[in-house]
Design a protein around this ligand. Structure first.
Ligand SMILES: Cc1cc2nc3c(=O)[nH]c(=O)nc-3n(C[C@H](O)[C@H](O)[C@H](O)COP(=O)(O)OP(=O)(O)OC[C@H]3O[C@@H](n4cnc5c(N)ncnc54)[C@H](O)[C@@H]3O)c2cc1C
Length: 369
């Protein structure tokens, strides 16, 4: 039912307008509100806040279908809100914080963003330089954040900053910062290769004062919260990537079985159909890893190694699949009106964002010996 609901929404509401969102550089907030009304933004959250109380597998279904939309920018706008930003509140929020923010997030009335990365600290999050210091009943934030999805249009930001003594690199805390707080501003929206309908920004905190009650979770324990939430993020990104890859293969099948060259369809060339057959097999295998890991995660099992495998494998495979599927579209694959052209651009970031492939391989390697 969930899969069908997402598919219907994408066919009826997303595809007709998504090219315009790509041009505009963002997804209109009304679209998230409509998804909220359909119950798609709080799949794992308590019904107290309007959620559906489902598990990791349901999130994977959502992410896979959003990936199949062929609009990666739309997909990531939603998934950052549902699975990368709001889980920070869900896991660490006090009852007051949950009551205050969760209903609006689940209904899509306010858009969530997660601000970890800085210009000089991405893979190495402990290298971040933003700070927060306590002054009476307030925290004062200083620093900047880079590549923040939903940075321009977001309303609620979960921001990581150093709160320990100098040199204590993992003494990081998380804070809730609302749009419009004095001292917090968007430095600039960032233009990207792909994910064009996803807004990405650099943010600045300049003596930004927030109430002491906006500390999210325990002081100095934010590094572990970031690491924990990245597990879910990586499962979801793997599911999204495999949704995109399956859809790309379907588009390539449509094209190669119709397009003729040298008196036969492209599909009649064994080299092409064997390549697509192998890609289809690889995608099915990767999907199986995603689903099995999601199932194990839902059972409460430890899946750090598998999650790193998902991110490394799916982030690489989606790019290989896009390369082949674009190649078999010939010149049309390079033309903007063809979905595969956009999908190939969108896929590029998936071996970088949310844990670069090389960093994931280190995480796997550590757990192999
Ligand atoms: C479009 C987009 C959206 C994003 N959205 C968000 C967001 O919403 N919130 C947020 O906080 N962040 C976001 N990010 C940041 C993203 O997670 C980081 O870009 C990513 O973690 C990589 O960090 P970096 O760019 O600083 O690369 P670096 O850490 O500088 O790494 C550069 C490259 O070096 C290699 N490398 C790094 N470390 C190692 C190592 N130990 N061994 C071998 N090779 C290594 C990898 O190939 C890596 O890609 C986003 C990024 C992009 C591009």
């Amino acid at each position: 039912m969930l899969r069908n609901t997402v598919r219907r929404f994408i066919e009826g509401r997303v595809k007709p307008d998504a090219d315009a969102w790509e041009e505009a550089g963002f997804v209109p907030r009304l679209v998230l509100r409509e998804m909220g009304e359909l119950g798609l933004l709080g799949i794992r959250y308590s019904s107290r806040y309007g959620g559906s109380e489902l598990d990791t597998l349901a999130t994977v279904v959502l992410a896979e279908e959003l990936g199949r939309s062929t609009y990666g920018g739309f997909a990531i706008t939603v998934l950052v809100h549902t699975d990368m930003a709001s889980p920070h509140l869900w896991h660490a929020g006090t009852p007051e914080q949950l009551d205050r923010y969760m209903p609006d997030i689940v209904r899509g009335r306010r858009i969530a963003a997660i601000a970890m990365t800085e210009a000089d600290a991405g893979s190495d999050l402990a290298g971040m330089r933003s700070t927060a210091r306590r002054e009476g009943g307030q925290w004062v934030l200083n620093g900047s954040k880079m590549f923040i999805t939903n940075g321009v249009h977001g309303d609620i930001f979960f921001v990581a900053a150093k709160t320990g003594e100098p040199g204590r690199n993992r003494d990081i805390s998380m804070f809730i910062v609302e749009k419009g707080t004095p001292g917090f501003r968007v430095a600039r929206p960032l233009k990207k290769q792909g994910w064009l309908s996803s807004d990405t920004a650099e943010l600045v905190f300049d003596d930004c004062r927030i109430p002491a009650g906006n500390l999210l979770g325990e002081e100095n324990k934010g590094f572990y919260a970031l690491t924990k939430n990245l597990q879910n993020e990586r499962i979801v990104m793997g599911a999204q990537a495999m949704g995109e890859a399956s859809k790309a293969i379907e588009l390539a099948l449509d094209w190669t079985t119709q397009r003729k060259a040298f008196g036969r369809t492209l599909w009649e060339n064994q080299t092409i159909r064997h390549r697509l057959a192998m890609r289809a097999a690889e995608v099915e295998a990767a999907k199986a890893l995603v689903y099995e890991t999601a199932w194990r995660d839902a059972q409460g099992q430890q899946v750090i190694k598998e999650v790193s495998m998902i991110k490394a494998l799916c982030g690489t495979l989606v790019n290989e699949v896009m390369y082949d599927c674009l190649q078999f579209h010939g010149g049309m694959g390079y033309i903007r009106e063809t979905a595969i052209e956009r999908m190939a651009r969108d896929a590029r970031v998936q071996s970088i964002g949310g844990g670069a492939t090389e960093v994931m391989l280190e995480e796997i390697a550590k757990r192999l010996v």
